[in-house]
Design a protein around this ligand. Sequence first.
Ligand SMILES: O=C(CO)[C@@H](O)[C@H](O)[C@H](O)[C@H](O)COP(=O)(O)O
Ligand SMILES: [Zn+2]
Length: 356
Amino acid sequence: MTRSIWQEHLHEHRASLAQLDGLEVPLDSALSRLLATLRHGGKVLACGNGGSSGDAQHLASELVNRFEGDRQALPAVALSTDSSVLTAIANDDHYDRVFARQVEALGAHGDCLVAFTTSGNSANILAAVAAAQRQGLWILAFTGRDGGRLGQLLGPGDLELRVPHQRTARIQEIHLLLIHALCAGIDAALAEPTGGESVATDKIQLDWQNLRTMCRHRRPLVFTNGVFDILHRGHVQVLEEARAQGGCLVVGVNDDASVRRLGKGPDRPINPLEDRMAVLAGLAAVDFVTAFAQDTPAGLIETLEPDILVKGGDWPREAIVGADFVLRRGGRVLSIPFRHERSTTALLRRIRETAP
Ligand SMILES: O=C(CO)[C@@H](O)[C@H](O)[C@H](O)[C@H](O)COP(=O)(O)O
Ligand SMILES: [Zn+2]
């Protein structure tokens, strides 16, 4: 008896699934590499032809938007989506260059190029991989059969998820399974806290360069600074309004010696830097907390290059340190008034006056 088309497909699909145990280790490596890339502010560029261009778009949409759980938006671009860019490159240069040119335009050191090809031989994919290698991206290749020429092009820092099947359709079906497994792993690692667990320690980033990289794609970047000795309602309100202005809020905190130089009193700060940063990191509005030892946060602002600079209270905009720098780069400077008049100094006076 001949099998129906459906029975044939089912049979072949099951047989291809049975050959995939070897993918567990490279899938785990791909997941950790991707997470490290995303956590350090890197982005994902994805490309493929035909059905594989759909895979590239599928992956990008699940990173930018969401897969199954709530987590931050992640930077990913499918290189097969802009018909103007694609037709211009193919028309003026060559179809083989359609992805490579975009990698040159958008790729940066540390980013990841995800290349889908069932044969491993599509010329535009090979060119994209070569361009990515020149630009310092690492490659995650989804291939089939024997990996084709792409399998041989990959360097020691690259990874390949190869489906050892001969038929394009079966390979593509497994590619989608792999995409979903990766997205599930990313969801699990970056899930928004449901309570109980602490993300606050990850928010404290004392290395300015590291912080700069982590904020690279989290724009508009909002920056504010202060002592935050005894956190009060006015602080929380200003921080919430500051966060609402952009996509990421970094708070720069004066270290203890620089607070003492501000002359607020011999016993200030009451709370040491570590405690002040931990309290700020516990606020939902705050994405990152860092510290500065200088008299002003000018150096920190120049390192982070925020798009929006905020001070709370009655600071005139022109007196805000770093305002010139941010305005010159086309950014905005805001003075957000305290809607709840509270001050740490006044609070301390009251505590002392009422002390027995
Ligand atoms: O979806 C399919 C076949 O299932 C086709 O569109 C297929 O993706 C195209 O023939 C691609 O051009 C094949 O490219 P590649 O996988 O060999 O890189
Ligand atoms: Zn197809």
